[in-house]
Design a protein around this ligand. Structure first.
Ligand code: NBP
Length: 472
């Protein structure tokens, strides 16, 4: 018997993906660099379906039906290149190599181009949902050729999460499109978590609420428009009590946030594309700031506000509104970045389809992604904020949002996510921006020229001479 598909790299993600495939009735070839993991998988979970274990990569490849479909689930980076090279040597034109790791999309573009030369399909695919999702239904974001999607799509849709019967897997676009979209997904995840953390911090400091009380507040929020996986697990983490000390779990965890890099990549790409993703950038920088204990220790004695006053209960609803509004801004920015990259690289990414496959399976799954799907349904939206549903939500939220930022500033609780999202909102809706003055300054010191509101063309003022204006 030959396998329908193969998985090489059997750490948590690969193992669970292989099990998911087997549970859906596919015969799955399995391989890992060190054979122990392969053996363990078959011994422990062999009863769940058909696994074809191989110790050597050549036997793994030989056990696959043609055209061959092999998924790589190894640590992203040099290991991925090594495995791709070995697989490519053993494969034939028309075969498909799928990289399900968190690869940088530029690596995926390079690998896809190289394999295309050899007649192989290379599919860089985002897979979100962690180990639980890999097993029970992740959100899957494959790039690569349309032809490879034809051969892989039915399997990927089969094993993905479903929302209202719709699979959370679709062809994102050519070459690196899938990994790009997964990267932005992770960037949005950073922003979302930062906003949740700010909500927690502000309510804890402002109201003097305990983590257990805050868990209740988040649980309540999860029944409304904020309903999402991240809000749900926030309630769980806040309710957790440390077994050893009896203290709230959040109080025994070192307050330095780590990162593996997808948030940073998102911001780096956004800088290149010229897209303001302030929500994601603030989240990445907030994690970086938390990770500098020496600076934090040195700054601890710096003067703070005289007001530390406790706010009233109405702060709870205000923070909920601020969280929702800031979240809308963060998602709007992420969708702008996908649109800009799609244009830059010729991917033709459908934003509504991305919102659709993020509704389930992935870490940022949320009720309001269905609203985003509806907003992009057939509409050319310059910004998500202009969609009538979201414009209304922001109109409802904005007074609360302003009070929250004001309160945070006055009691000295840092809320870079809330504040920058509000600044973005206010800047975008402005009739005139002070960018006009910036243009004047650039023309003054660098003769960089400017455009006029009333005439076509570029102009320069002779600042060092008679200050007369000349066409540039
Ligand atoms: P890890 O990222 O921890 O990688 C471990 C696997 O990579 C093992 O199978 C290991 O083989 C293999 N490997 C390494 Br390391 N170097 C190799 C090389 N040079 N050649 C062959 N194999 C090599 O595993 P993971 O947490 O399951 O994640 C797998 C991928 O999925 C990663 O790219 C990750 O970013 C991505 N991802 C993870 C999550 C998550 O929630 N964990 C979510 C979404 C995506 P060995 O057993 O012989 O050491």
């Amino acid at each position: 018997e030959l396998a329908d598909i193969g998985v090489t790299g059997l750490a948590v993600m690969g193992r669970n993906l292989a099990r998911n495939l087997a549970r859906h009735g596919y015969a799955v070839a399995v391989h890992n660099r060190s054979a122990g993991r392969t053996k363990e998988l078959v011994e422990t979970f062999g009863g769940e379906g058909t696994f074809l274990p191989a110790e050597e990569l050549k036997d793994f490849v030989a056990s696959l039906k043609r055209p061959r479909r092999a998924i790589i689930m190894v640590k992203a980076g040099a290991g991925t290149d090594a495995v791709i090279d070995q697989l490519a040597e053993l494969m034939e034109p028309g075969d498909m190599i799928v990289d399900g790791g968190n690869a940088l999309f530029t690596d995926t573009r390079r690998r896809e181009a190289a394999l295309r030369e050899r007649g192989l399909h290379f599919v860089g695919t985002g897979i979100s949902g962690g180990e639980e999702g890999a097993l029970n239904g992740p959100s899957i974001m494959p790039g690569g050729s349309a032809e490879s999607w034809e051969a892989l799509g039915p399997i990927l849709q089969d094993i993905s999460a479903k929302v209202d019967g719709v699979p959370c897997a679709t062809h994102v676009g050519p070459d690196g499109a899938g990994h790009f979209v997964k990267m932005v997904h992770n960037g949005i995840e950073y922003a979302d978590m930062q906003l949740i953390a700010e909500s927690y911090d502000l309510l804890r400091q402002g109201l003097g609420a305990t983590p257990a009380e805050l868990a209740e507040i988040f649980r309540e929020w999860n029944t409304g428009e904020l309903e999402s996986y991240l809000i749900e697990i926030t309630a769980e983490v806040l309710a957790q009590v440390d077994a050893e000390t009896g203290a709230p779990f959040v109080d025994v965890v070192v307050d330095q946030a780590e990162q593996k890099g997808t948030g940073r990549w998102t911001v780096q790409s956004a800088l290149d594309l010229g897209v303001p993703v302030t929500g994601i950038a603030e989240a990445v920088f907030a994690r970086a700031l938390s990770g500098h204990p020496e600076q934090r220790a040195a700054a601890r004695g710096l003067e703070g506000p005289s007001v530390s006053g406790v706010a009233g209960r109405e702060l709870i609803e205000d923070v909920r509104q601020a969280l929702y509004a800031s979240k809308i801004v963060a998602y709007a920015q992420g969708f702008d970045q996908m649109a800009a990259a799609s244009k830059e690289y010729g991917w033709d990414v459908d934003p509504g389809a991305m919102a659709t496959i993020w509704r389930g399976g992935c870490i940022i799954r949320a009720r309001f992604l269905d609203r985003i799907r509806q907003a992009y349904d057939g509409a050319e939206l310059p910004t998500l904020l202009a969609d009538p549903y979201f414009a209304d939500a922001l109109a409802v939220a904005q007074e609360s949002w302003r009070r929250v930022v004001t309160t945070a500033v006055s009691i000295g609780v840092p809320t870079p996510g809330f504040s920058s999202a509000l600044a973005y909102y206010d800047a975008l809706r402005r009739d005139r921006l002070p960018a006009a003055l910036v243009q004047g300054l650039r023309d003054f010191f660098g003769a960089h020229t400017y455009h006029r509101v009333d005439r076509e063309g570029a102009f320069h003022t002779d600042w060092s001479g008679d200050r007369a204006e000349h066409p540039a």
